[in-house]
Design a protein around this ligand. Structure first.
Ligand code: ARG
Length: 466
């Protein structure tokens, strides 16, 4: 595809090389979203420059006012971003200097190398906080669906084969637990994002008496105990992006959890399972088949995981083999990072909204959960309680299952004589094992899907998430 360069004139130079390079090298088309954090960082840097006598009080005031005005213009969509100025840092600084002569002093003791590291850290800090809020909301949506169907049982599966009965709430709470660990990982990552790199300069700090602590304090780079967090090596400060990798790794795992949840919902919404009904607003029709209702939101939640995992791999590959310290390659970190943050946030939010518009089909769940084969293990436990070694009990119940199959009957339909024809240990109370209500009352280990335990876990999460 041939596009005309704005600088093109005639003859063989249809594309001015400078324009090509500018287009190739620019990052303003995507890093402009750092504008708020770039301005914040510059305001703190300016205050510090005033403290050490580089900016007079008047100049500081002019710079802060100028930055403020730029911020208002950007927010109003009136700021003119210029590709020739490459990135968000140069665009803002150039515009400031056009308005305020003292703007030319703002870059004292600073490089775009430590500036961009600062901006990304400030941005990511906010992004993590916002994402944690969204995850908590998804957890609440899962808990709510569980509470609204507190007595609904479904088969639990292994190998996607019916295994043992569980409450629907128990299944949903499994995801609440996974999401909680995602929150812990993100919060842990936050502590390493929350370190101020400004003062690292291009790679070797500055000969000027900068007050790094003041900048860090102004920008809130403190840990939980109030201790200032500063990078301790100027080369590391401008060179590494491990904090971004960590975020993308935690986000990839979060996306994988969301994807598995989405897959369960897709299965459950199929006619074969029919455990749930997703509201129309969260499904789409088929352009060809009039009867279709497709769980597209869940499918996209599953599908988008691919790019989030890809972003993580892209970042790791980007860093691998980079010589110290800053290299322009690092500019390529942003789109992967932004895409990851945007994608997981949208996914988490949409899943939460969809769950709030999903209801359980009690009838279908009940039918599936009442399959007595789900309680075959309970029958083995019955024999164990009578003193039989488990391996033998397993074998005996296997024979009972085979007998039921031969008779084209369910386990529950067998007679006591049938059971005793396999093993005399079975007593009159043996068939009572197949009472689902009693069976669920017996599962009361911590973390088990028993009636009491699930109610307890629901209440715990309700408390913890409120
Ligand atoms: N846009 C650049 C980036 O994202 C900013 C730093 C540029 N520094 C430089 N020395 N060229 O990494």
């Amino acid at each position: 595809m041939k596009r005309k360069s704005p600088l093109s004139r005639s003859g063989r130079f249809t594309r001015g090389p400078a324009a090509d390079v500018a287009r190739f090298a620019e990052s303003i088309s995507f890093d402009r979203r750092l504008w708020r954090h770039d301005i914040l960082g510059s305001m703190a840097h300016a205050q510090m420059l005033h403290k050490i006598g580089v900016l007079t009080r008047k100049e500081l005031r002019a710079v802060v006012r100028g930055l403020d005005a730029i911020g208002r213009e950007v927010r109003a969509g009136e700021f003119r971003w210029r590709v020739e100025l490459e990135d968000v840092h140069m665009n803002i600084e150039a515009d400031l200097t056009r308005r305020v002569p003292a703007g030319a002093k703002l870059h004292t003791g600073r490089s775009r190398n430590d500036q961009v590291a600062l901006d990304v850290r400030l941005w990511l800090r906010d992004e993590i906080t916002a994402l944690l809020g969204e995850i908590a909301d998804l957890q609440r949506a899962l808990v709510l669906l569980g509470e609204n169907n507190a007595d609904v049982l479904i088969p639990g599966y292994t190998h996607l084969q019916r295994a043992q009965p569980v409450y629907l709430a128990h299944h949903l709470l499994a995801y609440v637990e996974m999401l909680e660990r995602d929150c812990e990982r993100l919060w842990d990552c936050h502590s390493r994002v929350n370190v101020c790199p400004l003062g690292g300069g291009a790679l070797a700090g500055s000969t000027l008496p900068l007050k790094r602590e003041l900048v860090a304090k102004l920008l809130g780079f403190v840990d939980a105990s109030g201790k200032l967090q500063l990078t301790q090596n100027s080369m590391d400060a401008v060179s590494d992006r491990d904090f971004a990798v960590e975020f993308c790794a935690a986000a990839a795992l979060l996306a994988v959890h969301c994807s598995r949840l989405a897959e369960d919902l897709i299965l459950w919404a199929s006619a074969e399972f029919n455990f749930i009904k997703i509201a129309d607003a969260y499904t789409t029709g088929s352009s060809l088949m009039p009867q279709k209702k497709n769980p597209d939101v869940a499918e996209l939640a599953r599908g988008k995981t691919g790019r989030v995992v890809g972003n993580l791999v892209a970042l790791l590959t980007l860093l691998k083999g980079l010589p110290m310290t800053y290299n322009r390659d690092l500019q390529e970190d942003k789109e992967r990072l932004f895409d990851t943050a945007d994608t997981v946030r949208a996914t988490v939010r949409l899943l939460a909204a969809m769950l709030r518009n999903t209801r359980a089909n009690r009838g279908a769940c009940e039918r599936a959960a009442s399959d007595p084969a789900l309680l075959a293990t309970d029958l083995a436990d019955y024999l164990v309680k009578k003193g039989m070694p488990f391996r033998q009990a397993h074998h005996v119940v296997g024979a009972v299952v085979a007998l039921a199959e031969k008779k084209h009957a369910t386990l529950r339909e067998l007679k006591l004589e049938d059971l005793q024809s396999v093993d005399k240990t079975f007593g009159r109370d043996a068939l009572g094992v197949f009472d689902l209500k009693i069976a669920m009352a017996k599962r009361n280990l911590t973390g088990a899907p028993g009636t009491k335990e699930v109610a307890k876990q629901l209440a715990r999460w309700r408390r913890q998430l409120s």
